[in-house]
Design a protein around this ligand. Structure first.
Ligand SMILES: Cc1cc2nc3c(=O)[nH]c(=O)nc-3n(C[C@H](O)[C@H](O)[C@H](O)COP(=O)(O)OP(=O)(O)OC[C@H]3O[C@@H](n4cnc5c(N)ncnc54)[C@H](O)[C@@H]3O)c2cc1C
Length: 410
């Protein structure tokens, strides 16, 4: 267990600079174009793969080789400082990777996580498919069914997934489906649908408010057949979990295990918080410089307390959000776990900070801030996603209120 410290070590400082340089020189200059095109930025992801930022090696080093837990948030803040849409295009496969690592065996993780990234010669993508048209926050109501054929040792998946980052364009789809609907969330499992599997197709591609360079689509599963080995965690573990859950239905004092989707979200929330901090910092830095250059009534607008104090509050809020993200990331990697839902707290705080800071940045730029000539309006559109995905603002509040009260708040 490492001591809690905010001081970044040599490796982390180097990674921070490396990602920042990429964000500044490659991502930011491309951001406006890909936002307007609303297409997946393949050439930029390719460049990230060429330098080793997009790939299995970097992700495994940053996640597994770092006892402090801070390397990922540090890297993500810089990347998303460059642009959130492109940032998610580069980071999206990691949601699938986290779903595999969180629920799969070591063999499954080593087999499938590299396939979520491919190689610089042939990049691949991963997608993590939980949400459905009628089940977003309420993950326990998934309708996608997984049915097992024992004779063939084969699963058949049917259903429609909604809002899936990299959905339909990914090579590896990690699908959370219900095996035993009577058990709701406790009767679900995660499955790998490998490259080119018949029956998986892309449904509608969503036209979004922000992060428009990130691809978001429905994923349709129509009699998708996958081998028994593609059940994450294995059949024996699933059978035990389901038997326990049935026992728990009869006797509520028995614990029946975690829902697979929830386990993944718990681990990834501080990372989403770090992304939000990156967007907030981009807008704050831009507004700070603008306020020093723009004059009104014969002086730079920053010389008005109302503007300077706004910037002071923005800086303070970002600092607070980053500290919460670092602490939650450290807790998730250091065995102690979350006591008061610190992961959810950090994501809630950082998401709100990003929305508020980017809105204030528009205010500081005045009319210019409201146009597409300046990036702050894009950052404001992008920021809103952090209040929505990987658990909405209200779902974080629900998790936190249950943790602090010990009560089943509804
Ligand atoms: C751009 C984008 C990318 C995404 N990527 C992925 C992905 O890769 N994989 C994936 O599986 N999903 C993904 N999602 C889905 C995302 O996680 C869901 O949109 C989110 O969880 C909310 O679900 P919903 O949209 O169905 O809203 P709903 O659950 O219908 O919520 C609607 C409103 O009701 C509130 N609400 C719901 N329940 C409660 C409650 N109990 N108490 C108080 N308020 C409540 C919510 O906070 C919200 O304000 C993505 C979404 C977007 C927009």
């Amino acid at each position: 267990m490492s001591e809690f410290s905010m001081t970044l070590n040599e490796d982390q400082l180097q990674i921070q600079k490396w990602v920042h340089d990429f964000a500044e020189n490659v991502v930011r200059p491309a951001a406006e174009e890909w936002d307007e095109r609303e297409e997946f930025p393949w050439p930029i992801v390719q460049q990230a793969a060429d330098i080793g930022l997009y790939g299995f090696e970097f992700i495994s080093q940053a996640m597994l080789g770092d006892p402090t837990g801070l390397t990922m948030p540090v890297a993500l803040e810089e990347l998303f400082w460059g642009d959130a849409g492109i940032g998610l295009a580069i980071f999206g496969s990691s949601l699938a990777a986290a779903g595999i690592a969180g629920n799969g065996t070591m063999e499954q993780t080593l087999e499938w996580v590299p396939q979520c990234y491919g190689t610089p010669e042939k990049i691949a993508l991963g997608a993590f498919c939980v949400s459905e048209p009628d089940a977003g926050s309420d993950v326990s109501s998934l309708r996608t069914r997984a049915v097992y054929d024992e004779a063939k040792d084969e699963w058949t998946l049917n259903g429609t997934k909604a809002w899936i980052t990299n959905g339909g364009i990914a090579d590896v789809h990690v699908v959370v489906a219900t095996v035993d609907p009577a058990l709701k969330g406790r009767g679900q499992a995660s499955f790998i649908v490998g490259p080119g599997t018949p029956g998986l197709s892309m449904g509608q591609k969503y036209k979004k408010h922000g992060i428009r360079a990130s691809h978001t689509s429905e994923v349709v599963l129509d009699d998708v057949k996958i081998p028994g080995a593609n059940l994450l965690g294995g059949k024996e573990k699933l059978d035990e979990k389901i038997a326990r859950a049935h026992e728990a239905l009869k006797n509520p004092s028995i614990r029946s295990g975690k829902q697979p989707a929830m386990a993944t979200f718990e681990a990834t929330r501080p990372a989403v918080g770090a992304q939000a901090v990156g967007v907030a910092r981009a807008a704050y830095e831009y507004a700070l410089q603008y306020a020093q250059e723009r004059t009104a009534f014969g002086k730079p607008i920053i010389m008005n307390q109302s503007i300077a104090f706004m910037l002071a509050d923005m800086a303070t809020q970002i600092e607070a959000a980053r500290l919460m993200v670092y602490r939650a990331a450290w807790l998730s990697g250091n065995g102690g776990g979350f006591v008061n839902a610190e992961g959810s707290m950090s994501k809630l705080m950082a998401g709100r900070t990003a929305v508020w800071v980017t809105e204030r940045a528009i205010q500081i730029l005045g009319g210019y801030g409201y146009t597409r000539e300046y990036p702050v309006e894009r950052w404001h559109r992008d920021a809103k996603i952090f209040d929505i995905f990987e658990g909405t603002e209200q779902i974080q509040q629900l998790v936190i209120s249950r943790a602090i009260s010990g009560l089943r708040i509804e």
